[in-house]
Design a protein. Structure first.
Length: 410
């Protein structure tokens, strides 16, 4: 894995930057230039060396085709303790910023956002540190949370840059601004590594931005320590919040990159793990899509009833059945009128009642179960009604009377 060769170039560049940043206060205390360079020139020279290391690491990352983009973070007590210390330092930074804002009464938008992100970033480092100490990855379901350190570094970069706009570039040391820029990229790709996201190979990107960030961070810390040692700065500067943050960030990056260098695997070694992750993601996506479509179908589909659903509760009469019932009713009515002397009005009334549902033949009437249970009442002839002997006798008397009345009179 060629990306591991970045350490070979990091060591001499780190030594060169350390010598320059330590020699700067020494020569300044003697009133001399640092190897012919002024204090600002030394700062920018260290920044150029860090940029050169960035280019070299980027080139090694391009030609490295073996390093896997997936790295399963394990137990790392050093990184865990450093993460907790960073959370404490960020909390102190937040408290200091709030006190300064309250004392000055100057509440700017970037300052308020910086305070809020400091709190969230401190929580993120607590979660990351817990994972390192216990050897379990608690950040896989908290991708947004572990991105907060990178977001905070980005906001802090804009805040520092906005403060430097009133100064000349040739008269001020802007290495802290460059350090925050590199930290933004490093924490972004480190979050991808912790969340086990292959992406564009975040493992190699951690080397590309982490090593130059260490050069700048350690350089700033060494310069400040030297100023304190020579008495050119007050002893309280050792407890400066930004100084502690830079030192802890540099140590955390060093611990993480050393662990990744030892445990990083090639694509062939992680082939089985990558395939397993892809299958799990595919299964998760399929299950999610299925559940989503099932919910949509349940909401969009209306309940449809088949014939079997209505067999017990409803009866459907079609137009053909209505016509058959109507014809049978008419035939029975005509027979009753001829045989039993039923008046014509009975026939008309019955036919009208039977013809009423036939007018709306397009609308299929639905009957309840109670209507289904009631039998259809059929016209009953006088022969069926005359069941008793008395009634039969009366019908015979009526026939005799009719015959007498209709017989011709002499």
């Amino acid at each position: 894995m060629k990306i591991k060769l970045s350490w070979i170039f990091f060591i001499p560049i780190f030594i060169a930057v350390a010598v320059l940043r330590i020699a700067q206060p020494v020569f300044q205390s003697q009133g001399q230039s640092t190897f012919g360079l002024t204090g600002v020139s030394v700062a920018y020279t260290s920044a150029v060396l860090a940029a050169a290391l960035l280019v070299i690491c980027g080139f090694l990352s391009l030609i490295d085709k073996k390093t896997s983009g997936i790295y399963i973070s394990g137990k790392n007590p050093v990184s865990g303790i450093l993460s907790y210390l960073i959370a404490v330092a960020l909390s102190a930074d937040c408290a200091t910023t709030v006190i300064n804002c309250l004392s000055s009464g100057d509440f700017q938008v970037l300052g308020v956002i910086d305070i809020l992100l400091l709190v969230i970033a401190a929580v993120a480092f607590i979660v990351i540190g817990t994972g390192f100490l216990k050897g379990k990855n608690y950040t896989m379901g908290m991708s947004v949370l572990i991105l907060m350190p990178a977001v905070w570094c980005c906001v802090r970069t804009f805040k520092i840059f906005w403060g430097y706009t009133t100064y000349s570039v040739t008269s001020i040391d802007m290495t802290d601004l460059i350090a925050y820029i590199l930290l933004t990229f490093y924490f972004f790709f480190m979050a991808s590594v912790l969340a086990v996201m292959s992406g564009k190979n975040p493992v190699k990107s951690c080397f590309v931005y982490g090593l130059p960030a260490m050069v700048m961070l350690f350089g700033c810390c060494m310069s400040k320590i030297t100023y304190i040692a020579l008495g050119m700065s007050e002893i309280k500067s050792i407890f400066d919040v930004e100084f502690l943050e830079f030192l802890l960030f540099a140590l955390l990056i060093l611990s993480n990159l050393v662990t990744i260098t030892r445990k990083a695997k090639t694509i062939e070694e992680n082939k089985g793990l990558l395939q397993q992750l892809e299958e799990e993601n595919a299964q998760y996506n399929e299950s999610y899509d299925d559940d989503e479509f099932e919910d949509i179908n349940k909401q969009s589909k209306k309940p449809t009833n088949t014939s079997s659903d209505f067999d017990d509760d409803y009866i459907f009469f079609t137009t053909e059945n209505n016509q058959e019932v109507e014809k049978a009713s008419k035939a029975r009515t005509e027979k009753t009128r001829k045989e039993d002397f039923v008046r014509t009005s009975v026939e008309q009334d019955f036919v009208k009642e039977e013809e009423q549902p036939a007018e709306n033949q397009d609308e299929e009437p639905v009957y309840n179960e109670s209507e289904k249970a009631e039998p259809v009442q059929e016209p009953v002839s006088s022969e069926r009604k005359a069941e008793s002997p008395l009634e039969q006798r009366m019908s015979e008397i009526d026939r005799l009377i009719m015959e007498i009345e209709n017989s011709p009179r002499n």
